[in-house]
Design a protein. Sequence first.
Length: 202
Amino acid sequence: MLLSLFQPDIPQNLGAALRLGACLGVPVHVIEPCGFPLSDKAIRRAALDYGDPAEVVRHPGWSEFAAAKLGRIVLFTTRGATPLHDFRFEPDDVLLFGRESAGVPDEVHDAADARVIIPITPGRRSFNVTVSAAIGLSEGGAIVLATLAASASYIAAPAAVQLALPQANPGYYLTCSLVITFPFNLIVGLPLYSAMASALYG
C-alpha cells in the first residue's frame, strides 16, 4: 500500500504523516503544490529522531500523480463513500487523503477508483488527516496481512507434520501440501480468506 497526500496545507500534519510512513514502512507520495514551502531538507527535518523518513515521492501536480498509475486510488472522503468497514482493500491500493481545509476538488473525487468514509459520531466534521491515514493503513493492512498469512499454510503444514509426527513419510505430506493445499489456496483459499478477513475486521 501507498499513502498519498493531496496538496497538504499544514506542515505539522505532513510531518506526522512522514513519521507514520517511516514507522509502518509505507511510501508517502506528496501531490504538490503544498500550502507551505516544501524541500528535501524540510522532509528530513520532519522525520526528527525517526531516522530517515519513509520513501517520499513528490509529484508536481494531480495530473502527474494520476499519470503514474501507482495502483487503485482509494480516496478517503466525507462525500458519497463506502463505509470503511464495508470496503475490501487490495495490496496495491493507493490511499489518498485531501487537504485539511478543503479535501479534494471534484476532479480528483471523480477520478478516484473508490471512495471510503470513516464513520464518526453525528455532528462531528472529520478526523485529523494523519489520524485518518493511520486508521486506513491499519484497516487495509490487517486485511491484507490476514490473507497473506492464511495463504502460507501450504508452507507451514509440512513443518507442523514433521514436528508432530517425525516418523511420517515426507513424500506423503510434501506431495499433499504441494499438489492439494497449494492449488486449493490459489483457487479457493485466497478469495475465501480475503472475504473472511473483511468480515472479521468489518
